[in-house]
Design a binder for this molecule. Sequence first.
Ligand SMILES: [Zn+2]
Length: 82
Amino acid sequence: MSARRDTPPPAVAPQPPVDEGPKITRTDCDRCGTQVAGIDGRYACGVCGWVNHWSEGHRPLPTAEADVDCPGRPGAAAQRDR
Ligand SMILES: [Zn+2]
C-alpha cells in the first residue's frame, strides 16, 4: 500500500461571518489629506489634529456601564479607593 500524493488538499469550508470586535479602518484626513487609520470609522489625524465626529463611527460607542471604571460597577470603587 503506497501513499497517494495526488490527493487534493482538503477544501476550506467557508467561514460564517463572525463579529470579531473593533476593526482598523482607514480614510483620508478631511483637512490635510493624510491617510489616517482609526478604529471602526473613528479617526484622529496625527498631522493636523483633525478628528471626525463620533457619530460617523461604524458601530455604537460602548455605554458608561461597559467601562471598567464606571462608578457603581462592582469592584470599581474598591480598586480606586486605596
Ligand atoms: Zn490631517
